[in-house]
Write a protein that binds this ligand. Structure first.
Ligand SMILES: Nc1ncnc2c1ncn2[C@@H]1O[C@H](COP(=O)(O)OP(=O)(O)O)[C@@H](O)[C@H]1O
Ligand SMILES: [Mg+2]
Length: 244
């Protein structure tokens, strides 16, 4: 049975790469239409957790549930069809294709849209991300902000229920990160569940309901954002990890 309101959950997840334990019994959940932030020093396992949630990695142990059903063995393409979409920490567009073509691949292959519905989905996603004016540009000509916007547009084109964002604000100027926040706040209005990994905590705090802090493969705090940021173990993890 699904825990009331929980849409996507990792339970007791362990991820090993050979001898290295990268996720160590991680429990994580996000509710329908909830926005959860994930922080933690470099190497904490944040991206690995996102990969496990998105189906890019199969956990060594533990389960992943979506809407109460186990999806641990479902790959990324299948989970995308179910409604789990993600952006990559390092944007990976098809460089030689246009912005529109990139989003169209996501809408058709990832979202299962066809014909006119696929085009409408693309236009809507591009508009929301402020990318419509760049629809005919080749993706490899885009700067960092527009690459990040394209990552988001591609994820949105699949019509997700849960959006997993990996440092979508990383490397952006304050003004650019502010624009990204405005876009993501608009998505919140569309009742999407959002999991957002971000180093820029003040940006994250403008959006999330709950904050999770990871360190060395474990969840060390989970709760109200300001309480988590004030938690002694969290402060320790940041000072110990040397991350600003
Ligand atoms: N494919 C992989 N093979 C081996 N080690 C990996 C792999 N992916 C991540 N790791 C290791 O897992 C740890 C956590 O990485 P990651 O999840 O990227 O951390 P974060 O996103 O919090 O910075 C790091 O020590 C990293 O080197
Ligand atoms: Mg990462």
């Amino acid at each position: 049975m699904a825990e009331a309101g929980v849409i996507l959950a990792a339970e007791g997840v362990i991820k090993r790469f050979n001898a290295l334990i990268v996720l160590d019994r991680v429990d994580f959940r996000v509710g329908a239409a909830e926005a959860v932030g994930i922080v933690g020093p470099n190497g904490a396992g944040k991206t690995t957790l996102l990969n496990v949630l998105a189906g890019a990695f199969k956990p060594s142990a533990g389960t992943v549930r979506f809407r109460g059903a186990e999806v641990t063995d479902a790959g990324a393409a299948e989970r995308c069809r179910l409604g789990i979409a993600r952006s990559h920490q390092v944007p990976r567009p098809f460089g030689a294709m246009t912005v529109f073509e990139n989003v169209l691949v996501a809408a058709t292959t990832g979202g299962g849209f066809g014909g006119e519905a696929a085009y409408e989905r693309c236009i809507d996603s591009l508009q929301l991300c402020g990318m419509l004016r760049l629809a005919n540009r080749r993706a490899e000509t885009l700067g960092l902000l527009d690459r990040k916007r394209l990552e988001l547009a591609r994820a949105l084109a699949t019509d997700p229920v849960v959006l997993l964002l990996d440092e979508i604000g990383g490397g952006l100027t304050d003004a650019e990160a502010g624009e990204m926040v405005a876009t993501i706040l608009e998505l919140r209005g569309r009742q999407l569940a959002i999991v957002w990994i971000e180093h820029i905590v003040h940006v994250l705090l403008q959006v999330v309901d709950r904050l999770v802090c990871m360190n060395a493969g474990r969840v060390i705090a989970d709760g109200a954002p300001r309480a988590v940021m004030a938690d002694a173990a969290v402060i320790d993890a940041y000072l110990g990890g040397g991350v600003a």
